[in-house]
Design a protein around this ligand. Structure first.
Ligand code: FAD
Length: 500
């Protein structure tokens, strides 16, 4: 049965952090535009953006070793870390703008200060970390980084990890007190509450089944609501912010830019500790090094999390293989995404990534006790009864043909795919993810609305003062931004656990 038809300026598909961010930016830039949101689940922020489905790291490259590769000459390449950090500063500025303008309140409900640390063992890795520290700490973006290979100092920083450690291997860590834990689920819900107040039409339990261009250049969406009724809604601009569900919708749009692209779903699992005595002994996000053969997003880390005013510990993520594109998706998602135009890309990716797939399947089969063994590399005396397994969100990595990697190359970043006329945009990929939502959504705006940019630029600069400026070349601005965002978002310098 078919019913309702509406026409609007903008349709956002999906109520995750990306649609929330784009909707909020657009409402500030052009309040008069009509925006409608369709989300298949019952509320906002229930898939990857949910606080229990991701690690909540405010990715600013303060601790993630996969952003700082060692070059063949032994020097450390920090260019990727600079990009990730700059993107996070954009998010911090926009969130501060929202708080200062009273559009959202109580920043402590979504962002908390938390030291970010990198931890390595063994002579070779300790030497690498030291070199990395020497390179990064000279850069204005990473000032304040501390390094120590002194077990006594490390005991002060990370008692839970250092206690009962019997290995004599050299061990070292870096620490940045300006790190954060971000509750992206809470932030997503805050932004959707704000959008509702601004008269954005938000429809939950509405699944977008199809998207087609009409003869007059608009986009018509076929949507099924929870009573099974089919609705048709038309818009001038559509953002496909379906997370893992974006690729199938991009394919349905038929735009040439969406062809020859595939998706490789990677599942995630955390171990969570709610024993208050254990939780009280750790206060940081501590990132280690990825195991050989592991994808970059499965770098193990032990994190303090602040969720619903309660502290807990999360360890993981353990990556695994599942053919679903969303946690709430279908076992046929992967096979259904293979189309004549991406068949060879997908086959090439399959052949190239046999060892990765094998690794992911093996990871999926790990028993709880095997996972505890990995956790004990961080917490030597971790007890099984203190830890439970928690299924996290799905990450659909982009597969495409690239000049450097050839056919079917697996990408670990985020990709914005837009139609040539800017009338539709889709966000694919999931890393560094939610932390970079603001710069990625500004990229969508730049690509899709170039005709308005000149007029919108002053407002964008009001929301993100560093817009258009490379921060790394403006140390004074970096200092100003660090100080003002920390003040507005309530991120004061923290004491270490032992001094609390
Ligand atoms: C294990 C794991 C750990 C992570 N850790 C971090 C981290 O520490 N820091 C970080 O910054 N990022 C992290 N990420 C990435 C981050 O979670 C994602 O990049 C981000 O949440 C994606 O937001 P989104 O809005 O694109 O997607 P989602 O939050 O998944 O939202 C998409 C929405 O679209 C809806 N939808 C899908 N298809 C349809 C349809 N056809 N019709 C209607 N609605 C639809 C879905 O129901 C969903 O609500 C992690 C991700 C995972 C899985």
């Amino acid at each position: 049965m078919s019913s309702r038809q509406t026409e609007t300026d903008v349709i956002l598909i999906g109520a995750g952090i990306m649609s929330a961010t784009l909707g909020t930016l657009l409402k500030e830039l052009v309040p008069e535009w009509k925006i409608t949101v369709f989300e298949k689940l019952a509320s906002a922020g229930e898939e990857s953006s949910n606080e229990w489905n991701n690690a909540g790291t405010g990715h600013a490259a303060l601790c993630e070793l996969n952003y700082t590769a060692e070059k063949s000459d032994g020097s450390i390449d920090i260019s990727k870390a600079i990009v990730v950090n700059e993107h996070f500063q954009v998010s911090m500025q926009f969130w501060s703008y929202l708080v200062n303008s009273n559009l959202i309140r109580n920043p402590q409900d979504f962002i908390m200060p938390l030291p970010h640390m990198s931890l390595v063992q063994g002579e070779k890795d300790v030497a690498y970390l030291k070199k990395r520290f020497e390179t990064m700490s000279k850069n204005p973006l990473f000032q304040g980084m501390e390094f120590s290979d002194d077990p006594k100092k490390l005991m002060e920083w990370i008692p839970l990890i250092m206690k009962d450690r019997t290995s004599n291997e050299p061990i070292a860590a870096t620490k940045m007190d300006s790190g954060t834990d971000v509750n992206f689920g809470a932030l997503t819900r805050m932004l959707f509450d704000h959008l509702r107040k601004k008269n954005v039409d938000i429809h939950y339990k509405h699944s977008v089944d199809d998207i087609k261009r009409t003869s007059d250049g608009l986009w018509e969406l076929k949507i099924r609501n929870d009573s099974g009724t089919v609705e048709r809604h038309t818009a001038k601009f559509v953002f496909i912010g379906g997370g893992g569900g974006s690729l199938p919708l991009l394919q349905k749009s038929g735009i040439p830019e969406g062809k020859h692209i595939g998706g490789f779903p990677i599942s995630g699992l955390f171990m969570v500790c709610n024993n208050p005595k254990v939780v009280a002994q750790h206060h940081a996000k501590v990132y280690g090094k990825a195991k050989v053969g592991a994808p970059p997003m499965s770098v193990p880390h032990l994190d303090t999390r602040f969720i619903d005013n309660k502290k807990s510990l999360l360890f993981g993520p353990f990556a695994g293989f599942s053919p679903k594109f969303l946690k709430t998706g279908s076992m046929f998602d992967l096979i259904g995404s293979v189309k004549p135009n991406n068949l060879f890309t997908m086959l090439a990716a399959g052949a190239k990534n046999l060892s990765l797939t094998k690794y992911l399947v093996q990871q999926l089969m790990l028993s709880k006790e095997k996972r505890m063994e990995e956790l004990r590399e961080f917490i030597p005396n971790a007890k099984s009864e203190d830890w439970d397994m928690l299924v996290a969100g799905q990450r659909v990595q982009v597969i495409k043909d690239t000049v450097s990697g050839g056919k079917g190359t697996l990408q670990f970043g985020t990709e914005v795919v837009t139609a040539a006329d800017g009338s539709v945009a889709a966000l694919l990929g999931a890393s560094p993810g939610a932390s970079t939502a603001v710069s990625v959504m500004l990229e969508v705006i730049e690509k899709c609305f170039p005709q308005h940019l000149k007029e919108w630029e002053p407002k964008i600069k009001e929301m993100v003062p560093s817009y258009g400026l490379p921060l790394v070349e403006n140390p004074e601005l970096v200092r100003e931004i660090h100080a003002s965002t920390a003040r507005t978002l309530g991120l004061k310098k923290l004491k270490s656990v032992s001094s609390q």
